[in-house]
Design a protein around this ligand. Structure first.
Ligand SMILES: Nc1ncnc2c1ncn2[C@@H]1O[C@H](COP(=O)(O)OP(=O)(O)OP(=O)(O)O)[C@@H](O)[C@H]1O
Length: 285
């Protein structure tokens, strides 16, 4: 416990106040900041006795891509799963602290978790299309949520989602064939289209390119950049190059602590914490 508090003091002193100071000196930077979509305060996550995430304060801004980086086991996925309450389904997992989306408490017991997960879509590491046709992969979510009551409305949703995910041209003539028959990169874009189909506000991506080749990865990265016009995106990535390419803001985690968060360029060119510096220069991780 002692050790945790000491480390926390270090990280708090180094990251947040430093960032705020830099902003205060630069009013133009402040004026350009997007509104906060997801506000986390003093978030702690425990798996049984193990304290996996420690006192995390993080603001995720609307219509930006925020990357979560850090060495294996530092708590990136755990934090991501806090946002749409996916940790609820893990036995022995306990979340403390506050997470608000647009000022609304995500952990309010009265909140409908199914609705929350429609507002906060998720794309996983390994593409996981349903064992259904391409059409039904997309139509499934809207059907459950009562979106698109007629056949033509559903056709529009399916086509629109596939277009936004950059997949329509490749699949429009094979809508009745299984989603699992697509290439890995196409399957991941199908999963992104499936997430988009229920009109989410936020899309969480947990290492969405780690199972893909460089060409499929480049397509997903391009897509992420387009999607941020309409969605708030949080992405866990092991690739610092990917974080630098796709995100406007980056959060560096280490041993369950959010060490530093700032504009991506700042994190990669002028980090304030030695631990961030060591990680981005490959000294550990
Ligand atoms: N379901 C679980 N049950 C118990 N402990 C878990 C569970 N999931 C994660 N942990 C532990 O919580 C800590 C944070 O794990 P998490 O998966 O969030 O890290 P990560 O940064 O996403 O790692 P990676 O980059 O390897 O995916 C680790 O010590 C991990 O072993």
């Amino acid at each position: 416990m002692q050790e945790v508090q000491e480390t926390m003091t270090d990280s708090g002193t180094v990251s947040t106040p430093g960032t705020a100071g830099a902003r205060a000196e630069n009013p133009a930077a402040l004026a350009n900041e997007k509104p906060v979509k997801i506000k986390s305060r003093d978030v702690n996550v425990f798996y049984g006795e193990a304290h996996a995430l420690k006192h995390v304060d993080l603001d995720i801004r609307q219509h930006e891509v925020t990357s979560l980086i850090g060495p294996s086991g530092c708590g990136k996925s755990t934090y991501l799963r806090c946002i749409n309450r996916m940790n609820d389904v893990i036995d022995g997992c306990r979340v403390e602290g506050s997470i608000e989306m647009d000022g609304e408490d995500v952990y309010d017991p009265k909140l409908d978790v199914v609705q929350l997960r429609a507002r906060v879509g998720m794309v996983f590491q390994k593409p996981n299309p349903f064992p259904k046709s391409i059409y039904d992969n997309i139509a499934y979510g809207p059907r459950i949520h009562g979106i698109g009551s007629t056949k033509s409305e559903m056709d529009e949703i399916v086509q629109g989602s596939l277009q936004r995910a950059g997949l329509w041209e490749e699949v429009k003539d094979r809508m009745d064939t299984p989603g699992t028959g697509l290439s890995g990169g196409q399957q991941q874009r199908l999963c992104i289209a499936r997430a988009i189909a229920v009109n989410p506000e936020v899309i969480l991506m947990d290492e969405p390119c780690s199972a893909l080749d460089p060409i499929a990865t480049a397509k997903i990265e391009e897509l992420i950049d387009e999607l941020r016009q309409n969605f708030t995106i949080v992405i866990v990535t092991h690739s610092m190059q990917q974080a630098a390419r796709v995100s406007q803001r980056t959060a560096f985690f280490h041993l369950g602590i959010l060490v530093e968060t700032d504009e991506t360029e700042q994190i990669f060119t002028n980090p304030k914490d030695q631990r961030t510096q060591d990680y981005i220069t490959g000294r550990f991780g």
